[in-house]
Design a protein around this ligand. Structure first.
Ligand code: PLP
Length: 495
């Protein structure tokens, strides 16, 4: 007898009913107003952690999820969620996401696990390469593709560090790291994503990053030059950001390339463009990332910027053959020409993440995606203008992409509050927002690199707007400011 728990011809309609119910729940959720309805209670924690010994009906589970679990989810799709990307709301991408799970392809090999999926994945990598300006060659094997799809920017950055390591000391894959001190990686001070430092520890290079001072959240090129000269022969990689995680600043990519390669042509240049590659879709904005095509490798995160649900990232490599240097060989992967598993370190079985990106490209085309990216940037510019007109707020960054870091300071013409007081009041604004659960802005620590309030060593806790939701309008931004004003009024009254 067939199991009632497993899909078969008899229970197909039943499954369709459940799918339709959860799709309704998910869409209602996505179109909800608030960022968060409910906090996670101890009671619900206990309930969900308990081991289910016996079976339970799907009706029951769906009801529990709808009533108790969905309201505790953070709604990235709410127009009041304004601090972190991405809403993941492309109609095509959502469709592709559902389909990829139903199709159950495994991108580890191309013969029996993913025969056509492999070609879709190759297409997505090829298009992303075109967007950032890399040349494509015709593909006969994995050494011609020039990229891999991974689960996120952290994995993409980690694999880039492996490429840098192998480029610096050939055969480290075989011999291991002998003297970690000679595998240094240069990063910009205070703004780098943790994945670079961590991955170097994961791959045996130890804590060997060198932080170079920045100006306006970009490398201070004189300091970069000094650091390179001082550490000649020991630097395996320089990492630059096209949109760092905090200020979303785009570095001087062309100048960095010229400086680094002039000093040592063998240093690997990696661009973390998890956010910034998106500008390549827009004719108006793509010049902001010019020079990126000179870099040896580039991390890109469609799940941060292309209205695509979590997760999907792509590491692109200028010279496709370099990926062969870090390849694995096992007859479990299948030693076939197009088995991606050979060139995806740390990853074995891999879901068909590229399908949702392929759907999005097919549905919108490059031009429409470009318009979405432009609108996100325009929304950030709108907030910037509004804040500039107000005496109470100071903006800390140049607003290169879609992010605005700002702080309430009382009166910017005549700041009477100390740095501690400014930080304190901005943390309280954030606390109140989180308690209300209506709006979300991000908050983190960052150096005052532009010396807007103190000096370069001053640590600030700004509020950070970031637009990863294409439904956000100017009115939503006006309403956000009214909401913050109200919090500030209450806090000032208490002071
Ligand atoms: C610039 C940058 N690089 C890498 C990452 C890591 O990406 P993921 O969280 O997808 O692993 C992030 C995440 O915020 C990021 O902002």
């Amino acid at each position: 007898m067939q199991s009632e728990f497993i899909l078969n011809k008899e229970n197909k309609e039943e499954l369709k009913q459940y799918l339709s119910e959860v799709i309704d729940i998910g869409l209602e959720f996505k179109l909800g107003e608030k960022f968060k309805e409910k906090n996670v209670s101890n009671e619900i924690k206990e309930q969900i952690l308990r081991m289910p010994e016996n079976s339970r009906s799907m009706e029951d589970i769906i009801q529990l999820v709808e009533k108790e679990i969905v309201p505790c989810c953070s709604n990235f799709s709410s127009t009041k969620f304004m601090g972190f990307p991405d809403s993941g709301n492309s109609i095509a991408a959502i469709t592709g996401t559902v389909l990829s799970d139903l199709l159950q392809q495994n991108l580890i090999n191309s013969s029996f696990c993913a025969p056509i999926a492999t070609y879709i994945e190759i297409a997505v990598i090829k298009w992303l390469r075109e967007i950032i300006g890399y040349q494509n060659i015709s593909v006969n094997n994995v050494g011609d593709i020039g990229g891999i799809i991974t689960y996120g920017g952290t994995v993409s950055n980690s694999i880039a560090m492996l490429l840098a390591r192998e480029n610096h000391r050939k055969y480290t894959m075989k011999t291991g790291v002998k003297n970690p001190d000679e595998y240094k990686v240069i990063i910009p001070k205070g703004i780098g994503h943790y994945s670079i430092k961590s991955s170097l520890m994961w791959i045996g290079c130890g804590e060997n990053t060198i932080e170079v001072p920045t100006m306006n959240y970009k490398y201070d090129l004189d300091e970069l030059e000094k650091t390179l000269l001082k550490n000649r022969g020991k630097v395996m990689c320089v990492v630059a950001y096209a949109g760092d995680s905090r200020s979303m600043t785009i570095d001087n990519l062309q100048e960095i390339y010229q400086l680094v390669k002039k000093i040592d042509d063998n240093i690997w240049l990696h661009a973390d463009a998890c956010h910034g590659f998106s500008l390549g879709f827009s004719e108006k904005l793509k010049s902001k990332i010019s020079g990126i095509e000179l870099f040896d490798s580039i991390s890109t995160d469609p799940h941060k910027v292309l209205a695509v649900p979590y997760t999907v990232s792509a590491l692109l490599v200028k010279n496709p053959k370099n990926l062969i240097n870090i390849a694995s060989t096992s007859d479990l992967i299948m030693q076939e020409d197009l088995a991606f598993g050979q060139i995806t370190p740390f990853i074995g079985s891999k879901s068909w993440m590229s399908l949702k990106v392929w759907f999005t490209f097919q549905n919108m085309g490059r031009e429409e995606i470009g318009k979405i990216i432009e609108k996100r940037c325009q929304m950030a510019q709108y907030l910037k203008q509004k804040l500039e007109q107000r005496k109470e707020y100071v903006i800390l960054n140049d607003v290169d992409i879609n992010s605005v870091m700002f702080m309430y300071v009382g009166d910017k013409e005549n700041i009477e509050l100390s740095i501690d007081e400014i930080n304190d009041i901005n943390k309280k604004i954030k606390d109140k927002m989180d308690t209300d659960g209506t709006y979300f802005l991000h908050q983190f620590s960052i150096n005052d690199d532009n010396m807007k309030l103190g000096n370069k060593e001053t640590i600030l806790y700004p509020l950070r707007y970031m637009s990863g939701n294409d439904n956000i309008t100017e009115k939503d931004i006006d309403d956000l400011l009214i909401y913050i004003d109200e919090i500030v009024r209450e806090l000032e009254e208490k002071r």
